[in-house]
Design a protein around this ligand. Structure first.
Ligand SMILES: *Cc1c(COP(=O)(O)O)cnc(C)c1O
Length: 394
């Protein structure tokens, strides 16, 4: 029996179920390789962010195991007291060198990295210009900072400039922040144009490259490298949980900013350091990418093969310019049904509907990976064709 004071929560859960928004968790019982064990069966993985197959790469696994032997399982301190391991320092140097920035701060996650950077950089009396489709962690970090938030239309630098002209003079300082790659559509921010606006008006600049690192730019050096804007963006947020295959977040950029965040960022000061095993895994990932572009090249080859075959089959794959491949279906019930039918046929790809994406733009999102072989791609395409015909999509 739920206590009277908590029955409102049951009502909320019921209404989520009635509106089809309740999240049912699929349970994974293997590494997120090309094939993985999901809800008791082996399925083709078109769903995780394991872009480069690094999550179960031998080199990363060996490094993580060695770190457990050397350092134990937990640091038991925050970075600023007794939690800064030599491995953390080494990783920060390595990732800064890889991205071509002056310095980097390693934090617990990409989600936390946005808070770690935004809250010290802007506050009451300042203004943040934020893309309409920015990630939830940017939105939360922006709210927590107490700066005024002005939203500009998605990837629209004319609207950004108009909003800057309208608002900036009423505030002490301004900052523009955008996702690099937008994870629902796979499109990218016009970073060169955003930089031009920021230059004109003296705004601080920040880009969240969570889906761009390990994917875009020379050998996966990220969206700033893709646009050749080295040294121009003040802050680059990154995650080690996607292409890098491990866990953790990074705030990379100008030394003066990273030095300041080491003094001020609350997740760094008040939450435990990342474990040695995770840190060693991240370091091994950066080393793998620093040494060779093979995995990134294979990711893009697989992306080209899959996308062009889907277009030939007659699917609408949206405006993506990255390995994120939305298969546009429109109706949310159709998308959910399609995803379930794929799962019946041993293919794991997620349906996304409102409110994650706008009404009427429901889709299946396929995440491509270097881990997929030609046979795997063929298998996935065969099933998409079969179910697409069955459901009258193609
Ligand atoms: C995934 C993602 C994050 C969160 O990263 P985690 O390391 O998983 O916390 C932050 N920002 C963007 C844009 C993302 O896509």
């Amino acid at each position: 029996m739920t206590e009277a004071k908590l029955t409102w929560i049951e009502d909320e859960l019921t209404s989520l179920k009635e509106s089809g928004l309740f999240i049912n968790l699929r349970v994974i019982d293997s590494a997120p390789g090309a094939w993985m064990q999901v809800d008791g069966k082996r399925v083709l993985n078109l769903c995780t962010n394991n872009y480069l197959g690094l999550a179960n790469d031998e080199r990363l696994m060996r490094a993580a195991k060695q770190a457990v032997d050397d350092f134990g399982v937990g640091p038991t301190a925050v970075r600023s007291i007794a939690g800064t391991l030599a491995l953390h320092v080494e990783l920060e140097r390595a990732v800064a060198a890889f991205k071509g920035v002056e310095d980097a701060l390693y934090v617990q996650s990409g989600f936390v990295a946005n808070q770690a950077a935004l809250v010290p950089l802007v506050g009451r009396g300042d203004v943040i210009f934020s893309d309409r489709l920015n990630h939830a962690s940017i939105i939360d970090g922006a709210r927590l900072s107490r700066a005024k938030i002005v939203v500009y239309e998605h990837a629209d630098t004319d609207d950004l400039e108009a909003k800057v002209k309208e608002h900036l003079s009423q505030y002490r300082r301004g900052l523009v922040v955008t996702d690099g790659v937008f994870s629902m559509d796979g499109d990218i921010a016009p970073l060169d144009k955003i930089y031009a606006v920021a230059e004109t008006y003296g705004l601080m600049t920040m880009v969240d490259d969570a889906h761009g690192e390990g994917v875009l730019g020379e050998g996966g050096r990220g969206i700033v490298d893709h646009f050749g804007l080295h040294g121009k963006f003040d802050v680059e947020i990154g995650t080690f949980s996607k292409a890098f295959g491990v866990v953790g977040g990074v705030v990379a950029g100008k030394k003066v900013i990273v030095d300041y965040l080491r003094q001020k960022a609350r997740p760094f000061l008040f939450s435990n350091a990342v474990t040695a095993a995770d840190t060693a895994g991240c370091l091994a990932a950066v080393n793998v990418l620093s040494e060779s572009t093979d995995l990134v090249d294979r990711l893009w080859k697989n992306t080209d093969i899959f996308k062009s075959a889907m277009v030939l089959l007659g699917f609408d794959v949206g405006n993506s310019v990255t390995p994120i491949t939305p298969v546009m279906l429109g109706d949310v019930k159709l998308a959910k049904n399609f995803s379930q039918r794929l799962f019946d046929e041993d293919v794991f790809a997620m349906a996304l509907g409102f409110p994650t994406v706008p009404q009427g733009l429901a889709r299946i999102r396929v995440m491509l990976s270097a881990a997929l072989s030609q046979d795997d791609l063929d298998y996935g395409l065969e099933k998409f064709e079969k179910i697409g015909r069955e459901l009258g999509v193609i």
